[in-house]
Design a protein around this ligand. Structure first.
Ligand SMILES: Nc1ncnc2c1ncn2[C@@H]1O[C@H](COP(=O)(O)OP(=O)(O)OP(=O)(O)O)[C@@H](O)[C@H]1O
Length: 231
């Protein structure tokens, strides 16, 4: 599988504190990679560096294309929508940013696929958290990115909302989109990730398929492995 991103020895310091410490990350075409870690482990900083939003202090990142910023879809922890605009108008406005014009039917199809058709006239900022997260994924995939990066996409959601996000991530994979997402939920990671990176204090402690890592470390489940590697 072709590599989309290859980051080598990526490092970030804030003042004298190293928060991401010489990590290597590869993301291949069509794979789902989860990044897990304790609070403050460096996940969001790593994502910011991969997106080109946070400059690294050292290390290199190679992308499959020089125009990567336009070809990655991203949803960070906050989901900013255009205030006062409905769900469908937000979709139209984000599409216009990407230079895409969508017909009414195309918008309805997307909203139906994400179970949002019934709220299409509702102001986006009035949606429930789960609905906002689904809408955020619609708008970040309008331009058919090859890679989508999601920072804690299911944080704060109820079990049904979490399941919806997991299904959306699987659907992205089915359409050959690679996904990098951060999570604190080990069951979610087991359910959807092809590969998991466990981060602790700025370092990657393990990198492999959930099953492969559990076998290697002889643990019953991913949570047990997480505790073993992050204490
Ligand atoms: N702009 C900044 N200035 C100083 N320190 C920062 C800055 N951004 C992040 N940090 C610190 O870097 C460390 C890593 O933060 P980061 O947000 O990457 O962790 P995280 O793994 O995403 O945590 P969480 O799971 O809580 O979201 C933390 O100790 C944080 O306080």
């Amino acid at each position: 599988m072709k590599k989309l991103i290859s980051a080598n020895q990526l490092t970030k310091n804030y003042k004298a504190r190293c928060v991401v410490d010489h990590i290597n990350i590869d993301i291949k075409e069509g794979e789902i990679v989860a990044i897990v870690g304790t609070n403050g482990a460096g996940k969001t900083t790593t994502i910011g560096m991969l997106l080109g939003i946070i400059p690294q202090d050292s290390g290199t990142i190679e992308y499959w294309t020089s125009d990567y910023k336009k070809e990655i879809g991203t949803q960070l922890q906050s989901t900013p929508f255009f205030e006062g605009y409905s769900v469908e108008d937000n979709v139209k406005l984000f599409a216009a940013f990407y230079g895409i014009s969508l017909t009414k039917n195309e918008i309805d199809e997307k909203l139906t696929a994400f179970d949002l058709l019934q709220v299409k006239k509702t102001p986006a900022i009035k949606l429930s958290l789960g609905q906002q997260k689904r809408l955020a994924i619609i708008v970040t995939t309008l331009h058919h990115p090859k890679l989508v990066i999601l920072d804690e996409p299911s944080a704060g959601l109820d079990p049904r909302g979490q399941r919806d996000i997991q299904q959306i991530i699987k659907r992205l994979k089915d359409s050959r989109v690679a996904v990098l997402f951060s999570s604190h939920d080990m069951l979610e990671v087991m359910n959807v990730a092809d590969r998991v990176l466990i981060m602790h204090h700025g370092k990657i402690m393990a990198n492999g398929s959930p099953d492969g890592l559990m076998e290697h470390y002889q643990t019953q489940n991913l949570e047990e492995l997480f505790f073993e590697l992050t204490t």
